[in-house]
Structure formats: structure tokens, C-alpha cells
Design a protein around this ligand. Structure first.
Ligand code: ZN
Length: 410
């Protein structure tokens, strides 16, 4: 069954004119606080560091220039949500690691560039923090590229440099499986007990190029290795805190403290499974029930990984428990702030790569609700702007090559 997404922003915008106290979902919105939040949000540089929309561009011929009711991100709703910059993930499953995955990665990168060119009145490609600021000033949205799983490097630093030249500005070192760079956070047998010798050279070259290292999806051991090897701050593009939702994909308090000490940032994901313990428990029970259907899908799409992932997401939606309240996501912000202060937290939605998300954030137009809730929790305008994008920009700036390598030959 196809789901119709109603733009959260549109609903809020219309409702703000017809009532003093209005509702978003089950939530009562204070119009004065909403107006204040809207102003802060429009003024801020708002950045989302992870969405899987490119997968749908290839799989479903998605045109990001048109409003879509079948996914979570397009340029129309991105503008409504006043999101200034987004990282499109070149997601390549670990299942393809030994099957020449660079071909698919290159095709996906090409598709991103083509769609940006086609919509050049609305968006531009960004390759640096400066680009993001410049594009925002022009009133356009910035599109950046991240790669989810370093499998497409195929053991070749030459390919890594090529990806940089094509615009890839971060790499999530692996995904749900171990690869030749490091081990995954997914439970199972470790291959390297952290980062591999080749992974070490990848990290060093990424540092030299000014490519960010993403620690989401990697094992705890790999996380600690990355922190030791990388000369610049690193980040988690889409993870939450393990103290509030106990799952391997989230970071422990010790990890968050160490990440922050190095100048890094945890970009909180909206994926309900990583946001709320209760949701995770109920969804895990459902997972067991749909195991036979998952096996059938794996068989049906054994030659088409994209179709498999899409079908899994759709199946997940059908059996999903009620989505968490948005407050549950803000609880993770509070937790990080309590641990390390306001300079080390931001947002990486995982839109179009996850099923359930907190209520009100059903699509990219919902972003202003986050600002509203941060304000409601008592955060200052300055703090909120840091969380919405300032912290990530600082990290991105620090990773830029300097001194001798200030204009690296990539
Ligand atoms: Zn992911």
C-alpha cells in the first residue's frame, strides 16, 4: 500500500493562521513559540548529514525536483522544511563488496550530479563548508555527497581519490557487514577486531584529502581505532545514544565523550528503532514474526539489492509499532548536551533509508518542528543554531586540508 505523506510544514503553516493553539498530530503547538522557532530556523544554516534518497533515484526513477508522496525527501519539501544542505548517501550494500561495487557507486554519483544539474534553479552541488554558506546566501539548497560503506573503494586508494574528485565528502567506513576497511557494529563475527591495515591507509588518505570519516555503522573496536588513527575530528552521520536506546548502532557515553574530546559531532538519526527503547522492543518482536517474509524477499530480490532494501523498508512500515513522539529524539539531544555540552550534537535523519521516524518528522518538511522543540526545552537561539548545522560546519571546516596540503592534489 502506498502511503501519502502530508507535508508537516504545510499543515503547520495553514493551521497557524486559523487558531491560537493548534495541533500537529496529537500535539498542541504554541503559536508564539512556533513563530519564534520559525524565525530561528530560517536564519540558521540547517544541515542533514544523511539520507538515502539516491537509492530511490536509481530504483524508482525518482525525480527530486517534483513533490513526491512516496518518499521522504524532494527539493520542494526540502524548501518547505527550510533545510539548507543535505548529504545524499551513495549507499552500497556490503553484499556487493566482492562484486565490483564501484560501477554502481559511480552510477549513483552520476545520477546525483544529473539531478542537481536538472534542478539548478533550486540546488547546487557543495564541496566545502564555504560552498554551503554561499549556496544558502543565494537562497538555494546545497547537495553534498557521502558514501555509505567503503566497499566501492575496492582496496584502491586511487579509487578513493577519484571519489573525492567526484564530490564525495565523507565515507561511512562500512555498513551492516565487515569489509576490507573495518568491522561492522552489527552483531556477528569480527574480521579485524577493529580497523584493518588497509583501513588505516584509507583513513590517513581521507585525512589528507579533507574527506570526513563517518563512524556510524562501525564496531565499537573500529570506533576506538578510528579515533586513534584520524588526525582530525570525526563524526557519526546518523546515530543516537546507547544510554537511551540500547543498540549497537548507537554510541555509548564513553564513545560520545571521546568523540567530543577530539572535536567530533554525533548527528542524531530519526530512525525510530534507534530513538526509542520501547519502539525497538516492539519492532524487534515484529521482526521475528516477519522472518519468513524476509526470507522470501531475499530470495525474490537476490540479484537486485536496491529492490530488496526497498521491499524490506515497505514491509517494515506495514508491521511498525506506533512511532515515538518527537520528544524522544530531543531526549537524545539533552543526553549528549549533559555529557559533553552543546557543541557536539546535530542531526542526520536517515530519510528514505529507514521506515518509522518520530511523529511530526514524517518527511523533510518537518525539520522546523525540531527547532520548535529545542526552543521548548529551553535552548538558546545560539545553541539551537549550533545543533542545526553550526557544529557540523565547524567539524567540516577542521577536516579541510591545511598548510602544505591546503590545495591537495586529490
Ligand atoms: Zn545507515
Amino acid at each position: 500500500m502506498r502511503k501519502i505523506f502530508i507535508s508537516t510544514f504545510t499543515v503547520l503553516f495553514i493551521l497557524s493562521f486559523i487558531s491560537l493553539q493548534f495541533l500537529s498530530g496529537e500535539e498542541t503547538i504554541d503559536p508564539r513559540l512556533w513563530e519564534k522557532a520559525r524565525k530561528i530556523h530560517e536564519d540558521a544554516i540547517v544541515i542533514d548529514t544523511h539520507c538515502d534518497t539516491p537509492m530511490l533515484m536509481l530504483e524508482r526513477n525518482l525525480d527530486i525536483g517534483k513533490r513526491s508522496s512516496e518518499n521522504q525527501v524532494d527539493l520542494v519539501r526540502m524548501k518547505e522544511g527550510r533545510l539548507d544542505a543535505i548529504f545524499f548517501a551513495v549507499f552500497i550494500s556490503n553484499d556487493l563488496d566482492e562484486k565490483h561495487p564501484s560501477k554502481k557507486a559511480l552510477e549513483m554519483i552520476d545520477e546525483i550530479h544529473q539531478q542537481v544539474e536538472k534542478n539548478s534553479d533550486l540546488v547546487e552541488m557543495a564541496y566545502s563548508p564555504e560552498d554551503i554558506r554561499d549556496i544558502q546566501k543565494k537562497g538555494k539548497r546545497a547537495i553534498l555527497i557521502g558514501m555509505e560503506n567503503g566497499g566501492p573503494i575496492e582496496g584502491s586508494l586511487r579509487l578513493l581519490r577519484d571519489y573525492y574528485r567526484l564530490g564525495v565528502r565523507y565515507i561511512t567506513l562500512t555498513h551492516n557487514g565487515n569489509n576490507d576497511i573495518c568491522d561492522t557494529s552489527n552483531p556477528g563475527e569480527a574480521r579485524w577486531n577493529g580497523v584493518s591495515p588497509f583501513g588505516k591507509t584509507v583513513i590517513e588518505e581521507m585525512n589528507r584529502l579533507g574527506m570526513l570519516i563517518d563512524v556510524s555503522h562501525i564496531s565499537d573496536e573500529a570506533f576506538w581505532d578510528v579515533l586513534e588513527i584520524s588526525k582530525v575530528p570525526v563524526f557519526a552521520s546518523h546515530s543516537c545514544t546507547r544510554s537511551l536506546c540500547d543498540i549497537h548502532r548507537n554510541l555509548t557515553d564513553d564513545m560520545i565523550k571521546a568523540l567530543a574530546k577530539k572535536g567530533g559531532v554525533i548527528q542524531l538519526t530519526f530512525c525510530s528503532f534507534f530513538v526509542e527503547e520501547e519502539y525497538k522492543r516492539l519492532a524487534s518482536e515484529n521482526e521475528k514474526k516477519i522472518e519468513p517474509q524476509k526470507k522470501l524477499l531475499a530470495e525474490k530480490y537476490k540479484d537486485d539489492q536496491d529492490a530488496y532494501w526497498n521491499a524490506l523498508i515497505e514491509l517494515g512500515k506495514e508491521v511498525a509499532p506506533p512511532a515515538p513522539k518527537i520528544e524522544k529524539l530531543i531526549d537524545h539531544v539533552d543526553h549528549v548536551v549533559k555529557l559533553v555540552g552543546v557543541n557536539h550534537v546535530g542531526f542526520g535523519s536517515d530519510y528514505d533509508g529507514t521506515g518509522s521516524v518520530p511523529r511530526g518528522l514524517e518527511d523533510v518538511s518537518g525539520f522546523p518542528l525540531i527547532t520548535y522543540h529545542l526552543l521548548k526545552r529551553g535552548y538558546s537561539e545560539g545553541d539551537i543554531k549550533k545543533m542545526l548545522g553550526g557544529n557540523f560546519l565547524r567539524l567540516f571546516e577542521k577536516a579541510q586540508p591545511r598548510g602544505e596540503g591546503s590545495s591537495p592534489t586529490p
